[in-house]
Every structure is written in structure tokens, then in C-alpha cells.
Design a protein around this ligand. Structure first.
Ligand code: SF4
Length: 372
């Protein structure tokens, strides 16, 4: 409680906003346009609106909401795969809560559950191990999604299951790695970007050094930020200062959590379980080279894709529909409230796209915090 209040202190917030304005306004005047800053992570998008920072930060700064929400970039095919597996009679399908409401080409996991599929929400993949032990006549499948942040817990769970000789637990993995995604975004840059506010939790795993190619190859600064207002504003100030001074470096404004090297045991678990560098298709981003992973050959018994029926999937993919606006929001070309479906046909109760479903989705952030 004490710790949180320090990072929400209003006098600190006011001071930081003033500092940011002092540097940002003259720079935007000089450039003749607002400074275009991408907050990579959906957690930061929510922090901006939840704490009203969008009202305080000067208009000389424009935020481009980045692709860092794993639920939002899940391709429809991934939901179709999940539904196909979940509807098998001998399967208990488990997942974190958010993916259940994401529309697939025919139905969401929530609808499959309502129609009788055994789908359970878990808080940790480790809970799936207990479920598998208690249901030896069933196949327990965990829907493993997320950026580098969630990969260690999946890897540790799989290794634990292997160690304990559990043979009825599998993982349907759709992990996305942050660095290849940012590199692809910069390589095909269609949106003007001046710098990045880097995600605190992914950075905790991969470490601050991992971002060096962004500064070296693309000459863009990045500052890693935490999720409280004072954390975020401190990072933003450092970023704007870099722009004003013509520097482009990787800086860490979240040093109480993030180190230069990251979490080495988490990285070790990831490289033990997964093969890196798999090209993958993501919603709104298209095919991002090397952005995904696959379970290593020696752990194939834990790969839920073996339960898939290819014929069923290829038939369902014909019906894929996705509002084109979601892609534009994910690429930073459209603000959520510029989507014609926003607050009308598309709401959290009746989402048309994943960005309205996820707790980190940009459209959900606008819906809950940005007024009408
Ligand atoms: S409001 Fe709905 S349809 Fe529009 S971009 Fe957001 S999620 Fe997609």
C-alpha cells in the first residue's frame, strides 16, 4: 500500500508533467508536429487512461498504441484451433480468462463452453498439472499465449510435468516474442515513430540489453517503464530528453524490477523447452518473421497440436471475418474511438474484435476510461 502510494504521488506527477512539457513543447514546435511515442504494452495504454495521464501530458506528445497485448494479436486461427481441441469429448481445456471471449471464425471458447465443452479458467499453468493428475482418463490442455513474460511459467510447468511423468497434459502454444515484433514494425515502418516506452514485465525476462538493436540499427530511443504514473512519466521524460538532445539509447527507468541481463533462469527454461525463430501470422501484424516459438522435438508429447484435425481447421478458416479496423488500431494508424464500431456495435459485452476483449486491449482502455 505504502509502496503504491509513492508511485502515485500527485505532487510528483505534477512535477514530472511540467518537466516533460518544458522539453516536449519547444521540440514539437521545432519539428512542426507532435512527438510520436509508441507505448508498446497494453498495460501502459491502460495506465495512461486509468490514471488520466492523457489529460495531463502535453498535446505536443502523441501516443501510438503498440501491439503489446498478446490477446489482441492472437490470430483467429488460434481461437479456431483452441475451440476444435476443446470440443473433443476426452479433453479438459484450460486457459487464462481473457482468451475465452475472443471471437473465432465460428465461435468463441466461451460459446463452446456454453454448448457443453469442458473449458476451465485457471490462474496458473501449474494448476493444469493438478487437474491432469486428478483426471487421468482425460487429456488436459492449457492454452499458452503471451509475450516473453508468460513463456517462463509455461516452460517451468512443462518441465515439471515431464519430471513427474505426467502424460495427459499438453500445451497449445501461441507465444509471441517482443523483439522480432518490434524489429518487424520498424523494418516496415508505415507510421512515424520517434521513440518507444518499453514494457516493464517483458523487460524483466529479456533484460534491457535485449533492446540494443532498436537503438543501433534503427536509431530509435527506448526507455523501459513501470506501470504506476510516476514510473511511466519518469520514463517518458527520459525519452523526450533523449529526443531533444539527439540521443538514441536504451535506458531503464524501472531498475527496481528490470536488470540489464534479465532473468537468466527464466531465459534458460525458455531455451530448454522452445525452439526460437518461428515465423508466425499475428492479427493486425501479418506474418512476423521469427516472432514465435515451437515446443522442441524432445517434448512433442506435450504439444496439443497433435490433437488437431487439419480438415476441420481448413474448413473453418474459410469463414474468417475480422473487422478491418482492428488491424489499423494495432498498427497505430487508427485510434480506437475513430473506429465506426466503437461503443456502438463493439463493446466489452459484445466485442467484435480482440482489442475490446482483453484487459490490455487499447479499445477496452478507451471504452472504460476515456469517457463518451
Ligand atoms: S472498436 Fe471493436 S471493431 Fe473497432 S477496432 Fe476496436 S475491437 Fe476492433
Amino acid at each position: 500500500m505504502m509502496l503504491t502510494s509513492v508511485f502515485r504521488d500527485s505532487s510528483q506527477v505534477t512535477k514530472q508533467v511540467k518537466l516533460i512539457q518544458t522539453v516536449a513543447d519547444p521540440l514539437a514546435d521545432k519539428w512542426g508536429r507532435p512527438l510520436q511515442i509508441m507505448e508498446v504494452c497494453g498495460g501502459h495504454t491502460h495506465a495512461i487512461f486509468k490514471f488520466g495521464l492523457d489529460q495531463l501530458i502535453p498535446k505536443s506528445i502523441e501516443f501510438i498504441h503498440g501491439p503489446g497485448c498478446p490477446v489482441c494479436v492472437l490470430p483467429i486461427e488460434a481461437i479456431d484451433q483452441a475451440v476444435t481441441i476443446a470440443e473433443q469429448s476426452d479433453v479438459i481445456f484450460t486457459s487464462f480468462g481473457d482468451p475465452l471471449r475472443v471471437p473465432g471464425s465460428k465461435k468463441s471458447l466461451l460459446k463452446a463452453k456454453a454448448q457443453g465443452a469442458d473449458i476451465q479458467v485457471l490462474y496458473s499453468p501449474l494448476d493444469a498439472i493438478a487437474l491432469a493428475k486428478n483426471n487421468p482418463d482425460k487429456q488436459v490442455v492449457f492454452f499458452a499465449i503471451g509475450f516473453d513474460t508468460t513463456m517462463p511459467s509455461i516452460a517451468f510447468s512443462l518441465l515439471t510435468a515431464a519430471q513427474q511423468g505426467i502424460n495427459n497434459l499438453r500445451f497449445l502454444c501461441h507465444h509471441i516474442r517482443l523483439m522480432p515484433t518490434l524489429m518487424a514494425l520498424l523494418a516496415g515502418e508505415k507510421v512515424q515513430l520517434d521513440g518507444f516506452v518499453g514494457p516493464g514485465h517483458v523487460s524483466m525476462v529479456i533484460g534491457a540489453h535485449a533492446y540494443q538493436p532498436i537503438a543501433k540499427r534503427y536509431r530509435k530511443p527506448l526507455v523501459i517503464a513501470g506501470f504506476e504514473p510516476v514510473d511511466f512519466l519518469q520514463a517518458l521524460y527520459q525519452l523526450i530528453l533523449q529526443l531533444a538532445q539527439g540521443r538514441c539509447e536504451i535506458e531503464n527507468a524501472y531498475a527496481r524490477v528490470v536488470t540489464a541481463e534479465g532473468n537468466l533462469s527464466a531465459q534458460q527454461a525458455i531455451s530448454t523447452v522452445f525452439d526460437d525463430g518461428v515465423d508466425s501470422q499475428w492479427r493486425g501484424l501479418g506474418v512476423v518473421p521469427g516472432s514465435s516459438v515451437k515446443i522442441k522435438e524432445c517434448y512433442q508429447a506435450f504439444d496439443a497440436r497433435q490433437l488437431l484435425n487439419n480438415t476441420v481447421l481448413s474448413q473453418s478458416s474459410v469463414e474468417i471475418k475480422d473487422p478491418g479496423y482492428c488491424n489499423a488500431v494495432l498498427m497505430g494508424k487508427l485510434k480506437p474511438d475513430q473506429c465506426p464500431l466503437f461503443r456502438k456495435q463493439c463493446t466489452p459485452e459484445n466485442p467484435k474484435g480482440a482489442l475490446m476483449v482483453s484487459g490490455e486491449g487499447a479499445c477496452a482502455a478507451y471504452y472504460y476510461y476515456k469517457g463518451t
